[in-house]
Design a protein around this ligand. Structure first.
Ligand code: GDP
Length: 342
């Protein structure tokens, strides 16, 4: 055997071993997830979130293996401005749902702070009651540079959590940037937490987010805040009526709650359950999920095309040349774009 042939044979053997180990790992990990092993779930999510190139294929295989067992949870998106009481609410509400026999996974999307790995859920002690529950699984936001990256990772994590037997998935996001749209597009129910405040009630939260929500919850309805909270409930209820009716026929509702005093939890769950019943009876949950899948497919295509386009060395060169002409006033912006993309 020549040296070259021996080397080739060795490389082939090493590849085979790696492949075998990888298959074993994938199978074992997926089987462990399906048997509701939380450590395996955490490990698989780490692989999904990894940017290491040899983890990409592994992640794909694990997600694929879990996919047939996913889809059985109720996915709830929760948003609201920082300080509105999201983590306190999730802590108390999640524990309440566990007392009803549910298994709760809490995920987060916070693309605004990739360096700090997400300001929300970053500190697990913020949900210490829930963190101590064996039937709860809390995972902070994946750190990633793009919202698209964070969204993909979270969507895959939802699949893994569902395969691991979690039947309610709460996905938290901050009420800033584009992350609400992302969370809205991966959940069945979108809950907006609001503060009762003096002055302009609609201040601080974009109209578009109010339009997206399936329900609103006025937080911190305790002590002196009970009256303003009930007032806000009436105000928002009429404000929501001004929006065009939702295609699915559901009318968003408003409730008040106090995470501090553990009040309003039953009402919040009732609202969500009524919505689930409404949607399920009409076959609308699966339609909504299919639409979301298609949306994410197009989002992903768009992101890939744009990133490939800008990374191509020829395009980079061409763009910089045309930019010079543009700055020199020789052509218009539209002509410049036309010259670049044809
Ligand atoms: P987040 O930034 O939206 O996650 O808000 P947090 O859950 O961290 O809450 C912000 C602040 O509001 C904290 O100081 C909480 O103790 C307080 N808070 C949260 N929920 C309630 C509540 O139901 N009642 C009262 N009075 N304070 C609350």
């Amino acid at each position: 055997m020549s040296d070259d042939t021996r080397k080739q044979t060795e490389i082939h053997a090493a590849d085979q071993i790696r492949k075998h180990q990888r298959n074993l790992n994938t199978k074992e990990l997926s089987a462990a997830i399906l048997s509701h092993d939380r450590a395996a779930l955490a490990q698989a999510i780490t692989i999904v979130e990894s940017t290491q190139s040899d983890h990409t294929q592994l992640a794909k295989e694990i997600v694929q293996a879990c996919l047939p067992f996913a889809g059985k949870s109720l996915r709830i998106g929760i948003t609201g401005v920082p300080g509105v009481g999201k983590s306190t609410f999730i802590d108390v509400f999640g524990s309440y749902l566990i007392s009803l026999g549910k298994k709760i996974a809490v995920l987060a999307i916070d693309p605004s702070s990739p360096l700090s790995k997400g300001s929300i859920l970053g500190d697990k002690t913020r949900m210490d009651q829930l963190a101590a529950e064996p039937n709860a699984f809390i995972r902070p936001s994946p750190s990633s540079e793009t919202l698209g990256g964070v969204a993909r990772k979270t969507r895959e994590t939802i699949i893994l959590c569902e395969a691991a037997g979690f039947d309610v998935i709460l996905i938290e996001t901050v009420g800033v940037g584009q992350s609400e749209t992302a969370v809205h597009s991966m959940t069945d129910f979108f809950l907006l937490l609001m503060l009762a405040g003096a002055g302009d009630q609609l201040q601080g939260i974009k109209r578009g987010i109010m339009e997206m929500c399936d329900a609103m919850l006025i937080t911190k309805a305790d002590g002196e805040n009970v009256k303003p909270a009930n007032f806000a409930k009436a105000e928002y209820t009429s404000a929501l009526h001004l929006f065009p009716a939702k295609e699915n026929g559901w009318t968003p509702r408003v409730e008040v709650c106090s995470a501090l005093e553990k009040r309003g939890l039953t009402e919040a769950w009732q609202m969500i359950s009524d919505y689930e019943k409404w949607m399920t009876e009409r076959g609308l949950i699966s339609i909504k999920r299919h639409q979301q899948d298609v949306y994410w497919m197009h989002q992903t295509i768009r992101e890939k095309l744009i990133s490939d386009f800008y990374q191509s060395p020829e395009n980079k060169k061409r763009i910089s040349e045309i930019e010079s002409d543009l700055i020199a006033g020789k052509i218009t912006a539209f002509e410049a774009a036309r010259l670049i993309v044809g």
